[in-house]
Design a protein. Structure first.
Length: 137
C-alpha cells in the first residue's frame, strides 16, 4: 500500500479557529493511505525580494516542509474577500526560486482548498486564488 504525505495549511493563525477544527475532522475521515503534517507559517517574516538570495531560517524550514509533501491542503477562512495575509505571505515564500515555483510552488502536487464562512457565499473569494486546482469545496 502506497502512502502519501499531505501537508496542510490552516489559513487562520487563531488557535481557536474553526478551520483548525475542520482540518482535524478531515484528517480523521481521510483514508489510511494519507498521512498529514501541518505546515506552520506564523514565524515567517514578511516576504521581500531581498530574501531570494538567502532565505532566513524560518523560511528555509518552511520551504523544506513544503518540498517534503506529496500534496497540500488549504483550510482557510476568507478575510476581506481573499485569503488571510499570513497565508498569502507563506505562498509568496513557497513560490520563490522555482520560476514562481511552477505556480505557487504546488503545480506538481495535488491541492485542495476549503473555505468556511458564516453566511451564504462567504468563503468563495478565499478559494479564488486556487481556481483551476484539482479540488474546490
Amino acid at each position: 500500500m502506497t502512502t502519501y504525505q499531505v501537508g496542510y495549511f490552516i489559513g487562520s493563525l487563531s488557535s481557536t479557529s474553526i478551520n483548525r477544527l475542520l482540518s482535524k475532522a478531515l484528517i480523521k475521515l481521510a483514508p489510511k493511505e494519507l498521512t498529514f503534517t501541518e505546515i506552520p507559517f506564523a514565524d515567517l517574516p514578511l516576504y521581500r525580494p531581498e530574501f531570494d538570495a538567502d532565505f532566513p531560517p524560518p523560511a528555509k524550514a518552511f520551504k523544506q516542509a513544503v518540498a517534503a509533501v506529496d500534496a497540500v491542503l488549504f483550510v482557510t477562512p476568507e478575510y476581506n474577500r481573499s485569503i488571510p495575509g499570513g497565508l498569502k505571505n507563506a505562498i509568496d515564500f513557497a513560490s520563490r526560486d522555482r520560476l514562481l515555483a511552477l505556480l505557487l510552488a504546488l503545480a506538481d502536487d495535488p491541492d485542495l482548498a476549503l473555505a468556511l464562512g458564516d453566511e451564504r457565499g462567504s468563503g468563495d473569494m478565499a478559494r479564488k486564488p486556487n481556481a483551476g486546482t484539482r479540488g474546490d469545496v
